[in-house]
Structures are given as structure tokens and as C-alpha cells.
Design a protein. Sequence first.
Length: 168
Amino acid sequence: MTDLATLNHLDREAFVALLGGVFEHAAWVAEGAFPARPFASVADLHGAMMAVVWAAPAAARSAFLDGHPELAGPEARARSMTADSASEQGSAALDRMPPADADAFDRLNAAYRERFGFPFIVAVRGRDRAEILRIFETRVLRDPVDEAASALDEIALITRMRLDRLLA
């Protein structure tokens, strides 16, 4: 665990090495937030990182969203997700579902990706499978613009929890 004072004194390479995995497959977020140092709080750091995401061109944000794993999807079954994603999905028991629930997730994942062009993203830590399914069933029906914003809001929740675990 690193404290904020230490983080503020890291060089660019060490800063990106420490924080590059907080945003799924997007070390460019940490790279973009580096110049905003020093950070007075984890909230300030997180705000700077989210500002990098929001300032990215639309195509980069779309690719960023598409870089996330599906819930209980092929990456989970192949055990090829990042350690953070595997831990988060495991915390909601998405890695050990009865066949009926697995089928529901597969169906919703396919419908969601077809409608929005990226995987369903939700902060699963602290939620159970039934709650996640209810959220999934509601959000798959939303307007694409609103849903993209919701996905980024959920990423903000996920990444803040990751930062809180990473930094003292």
C-alpha cells in the first residue's frame, strides 16, 4: 500500500506503474493525470483521472468502454480478466452461478453489446447477483447516450474503490 505523499513524489514511470491498472486496460488515464500532481486527497487524484477519461475523444472513450470484460462472460470463464475484475466479479459470486443465472447473463450480455457496442459495466462489489441482474435488465433498455454516461459513472465507482484499496 502506498500513501498519497509517496505517490505525489513518484516519477512518471513509477506513477503509471502503480496506477496504470486502476482503469481497466487504460494506463493512459494514469499517464494523463500525472501532470496534475500533487494531489491533496484520493478524491482529487480520482477526479483528475476521471477528467482524463471525460476529456478523451469519443472514439477513445468508446474503445475504453469496450476494453472492459463482460459480467460472467468469456473472459471470466477463461480466467483471463485482470486480478481486480476477477476479485470484483467473484465478490458477487458471478464466478459460481447456477446454469439458469449463467444463461441470463449470457443473454443480457449479448443484447447489451448489440444495443450499445460495449459490455455492460456496473460496480458489482457490495451487490448480490439478483440485484446486478435487475440493474442489467433495466439498463439494457435505456437510451444509448444515457447508458454510455451511466457506464462511465459506474467506472468512477469501481475505480474509486480500487484507489481506496491501493492507497493508504
